[in-house]
Design a protein around this ligand. Structure first.
Ligand code: URA
Length: 428
């Protein structure tokens, strides 16, 4: 104990002074911490020193390896096909996983998706799925495997057996102010994806007012770090930098986002699906498919459009929901709940900015008050011309006061801002 305490102190001092630690030292530090030989305050000090000094690739690789080694690593080798997973760094109205998982599976690539719950103002796929009566997300690795073998895809909750060191260290970072460190975020995210066992991983790194990464430079650095980490660990990986200056889809909530995905997968209804949401789904799904199959992007897009138009993608969504115990008839009946109140534009002009964090927080509050079919429906997009009194957002299951608050979350100006793409950049 004394010996490991001295080892930890020396490592902290070297990190404090700007020297890089050897991979073996980083791994021993994490092992010691899990065994309670390295003290809580020593781990906190090392994390803070790294937060200030930054981390080398070698240190972040070692940290990731130590996180992965602390728990179970899933394997889907018995499927005898390359599996693919995707990860979003978190957004508002981001129901992309719900749409792309069955869509990619309908093109013949097994998708094993491990998801999380809502974090801060952003939504969580598991919370959304759990609004479907009967549906289970606490799936054992064996259940995940068997569902993927029979229907081609599954979405499970990332359980405590995956990278438990990350869970303990994340909680410590949260208490000690060392969450916002690029290397630590990358190791935390990528270790869970590596433990999830997918052969190929697409990172959807959100950038903008509603994202954790506010600037493109920050988002690109995180994307490069995560792609590098995953590749050095032997997985195929790419990252897309996608826009989060406004809610992605038109629904913000839990059950309402299931409706968003369903509308998108109802192929013929291409016109009913929001263009920005559809474009993001296609970009993420084609990256997943081309990475897993090694086909060019244009071919992946053709395959995806066919699978959507033929109804195969929707059929795969139904099969996945049923296989996880969900009541499909209830999914088809899902609709926004009453009462509804419109947030009206406070004056005429162009929509120039949305407080996306505010909208995400408001939606969580409305869902907490009104239940899974409560939430927000976005009715105007940035760049739109609006008149005083035009509806901006419809609040379902909340109150008139919620609608008034929603109206204040939009900035209206004299001229339209320049249009923004959905995908800013692809890395890897
Ligand atoms: N999400 C994670 O899983 N880990 C981080 O460090 C930050 C966001």
């Amino acid at each position: 104990m004394e010996e490991s305490s001295a080892f930890a102190r020396r490592a902290i001092e070297r990190k404090r002074d700007g020297l890089a630690l050897a991979a073996g030292e980083v791994e021993a530090f994490v092992r010691g911490y899990l065994a309670d030989d390295v003290l809580e305050e020593q781990m906190a000090s090392l994390l803070m020193a790294g937060c200030i000094r930054g981390w080398s690739d070698g240190e972040i690789d070692a940290l990731t390896r130590a996180y992965v080694a602390s728990g179970r690593v899933l394997s889907f080798a018995q499927l005898a096909r390359r599996t693919v997973d995707k990860h979003s760094t978190g957004g508002v109205g981001d129901a992309v996983s719900l749409a792309v998982v069955p869509w990619v599976a309908a093109c013949g690539v097994p998708v094993v998706k491990l998801s999380g719950r809502a974090l801060a103002h952003t939504g969580g796929t598991i919370d959304k799925l759990e609004t479907i009566p009967g549906l289970r997300t606490a799936l054992s690795p064996e259940e995940l495997s068997s569902i993927v073998a029979s229907v081609g895809c599954a979405i499970g909750a990332a359980g405590p057996e995956l990278a438990p060191a990350d869970k303990r260290i994340y909680a410590l970072r949260d208490r000690c102010g060392s969450v916002p460190s690029m290397g630590l975020i990358a190791a935390s995210v990528v270790s869970k994806k590596l433990a999830g066992g997918a052969d190929a991983i697409v990172f959807d790194v959100k950038v903008g007012a509603g994202a954790f990464m506010r600037t493109r430079a920050e988002a690109a650095e995180l994307a490069r770090t995560m792609v590098g980490l995953a590749r050095r660990a032997g997985r195929s990986a790419v990252a897309l930098l996608t826009d989060m200056e406004e809610p992605l889809g038109t629904r913000i909530g839990t059950g309402l986002e299931i409706v968003e995905a369903l509308e998108f997968l109802r192929a013929g209804a291409a016109s009913a699906s929001d263009a920005r949401f559809a474009a993001c789904c296609e970009a993420v799904a084609s990256a997943m498919l081309s990475l897993a199959l090694g086909v060019p992007d244009e071919q992946a897009v053709r395959m995806l459009r066919e699978a959507r138009a033929s109804g195969a993608a929707l059929a795969r969504f139904e099969a996945m929901i049923r296989a996880q115990g969900g009541d499909w008839a209830s999914v088809l009946r899902m609709a926004p709940c009453a009462p509804s109140f419109d947030a009206a534009a406070l004056r005429a002009g162009y929509l120039v900015r949305a407080d996306v964090v505010g909208l995400g927080e408001l939606a969580r509050e409305v869902v907490a008050a009104g239940g899974p079919l409560a939430g927000l429906q976005v009715r105007a997009r940035i760049g739109d011309r609006v008149e005083a009194g035009s509806p901006l957002v419809r609040v379902h299951g909340g109150s008139a006061a919620h609608a008034l608050r929603a109206a204040e979350l939009f900035e209206i100006g004299a001229s339209a801002p320049p249009p923004r793409p959905i995908v800013y950049e692809r890395i890897g």
